[in-house]
Design a protein around this ligand. Sequence first.
Ligand SMILES: Cc1ncc(COP(=O)(O)O)c(C=O)c1O
Ligand SMILES: N[C@@H](CCCC[NH3+])C(=O)O
Length: 427
Amino acid sequence: MTNSTAISPHLLPSGCSIREDGRVEMHGVALLDIAKEFGTPCFVYDLDHIKARANEARGAAPWTVAYASKAFLCRELVRVLDRMGLSMDVASGGELAVVISGGLDPGRIIFHGNNKSQLELSEAIDYGVGLVVVDSMTELERLESICRSRGVVARILIRITPGVEAHTHEFVMTGQEDTKFGFSLKSGEAEQAIERSIRSDFLDFVGIHAHIGSQIFLLDSYYKEVEALSGIIERYQPATVNLGGGLGVAYLGDELTPTFDEWARVLYGALSDLRVDSKTQIIVEPGRSLIASSALTLYRVGTIKVLPGLRTYVSVDGGMSDNPRPVLYDSGYEAFMPGYGSAIRDSCVTIVGKHCESGDVLIRNAWLPRTLAEGDIIATPVTGAYGYSMASNYNRVPRPPVVFVDSDGPRLAIRGETYEDLLRLEI
Ligand SMILES: Cc1ncc(COP(=O)(O)O)c(C=O)c1O
Ligand SMILES: N[C@@H](CCCC[NH3+])C(=O)O
């Protein structure tokens, strides 16, 4: 736990700097001015940081990088990643619609999901997505019949459950045997699905997919993943092996994360140890590790309630509706005052949201300067992944705006919702 120190600069997006007067700015614009212009709460993304992370991921190995759009998705981001030539993974018809509307070449889309509907599968085929990742025998048959009726062939990967337990929160583990995702390797279902797709006239078996979970720090889990798949790879010599995403990120100042280079070294080391043909196309699907550290969230403090001998509650104008991760996974975050970035954070408080839930806690033990007062702006870094994308309208709280910043200044990528937006589906 960080105690009595200023915020670690490495938790801030790379375009951030702390001015001599202590104000934190992003590409020369004070975060306090962004809060004034766009209101709070507000997600602020450093566009150059996103591009740098995408380039780092791409440069780490001769693999194909498909950004996992569930981590954060908006049209403007699709345009940016499209210009960089990245591929994208989608996991629903809605994500597919946004990626298509952002203009990404459908051939660079990978379509996931353990329960894709008939409509979603048809849309995937009609848009011409590059790869459909087939998750069950029912889906394989549904997809085949859609393709038969259109006289087309779908390029598919078979999703395999490698039976690897990655060391992460059980809610975000996906590679173990007891999971809703994919075909079990152990039971032989994976081989049956591959054989079935090879026999089909309307399915083109391009390769296999596996994903062992999210927020993974121990790279050894990836070695085990490749090891588990090696028998299938040797037997079917797939053109493509998609090893999923899941690389962990640091949310707290004292956490150390593996780099894309280290991840690549482990994966390629395993592939080479297991003599996987070097011509095999390797795909990875980083979501969190590509986007999380590029953003922070700005909040305004509304009330400060001191319960003597117990704790001090600092209530902000957002909460579990813009960041459900602390409630869902007990995830830790840090906070700082963008007006006083170099100030020593010498007071431990509990930052809570404005929702009608005692559990609506953003940071249980947050260190902030003791000068913190009602009306101040605070920021939580590393909120670029699974914050906005999992945001809700609980208590009919409008979802906040998303602002992109680079050397051209700040601009809206997604506007904040209004009460009118909240009413637009009402009859
Ligand atoms: C199939 C698949 N690929 C990629 C990801 C991205 O994971 P992460 O954001 O942890 O990199 C996920 C989410 O866990 C996933 O389910
Ligand atoms: N939403 C989760 C990760 C889920 C990964 C998607 N399969 C998180 O915030 O950590």
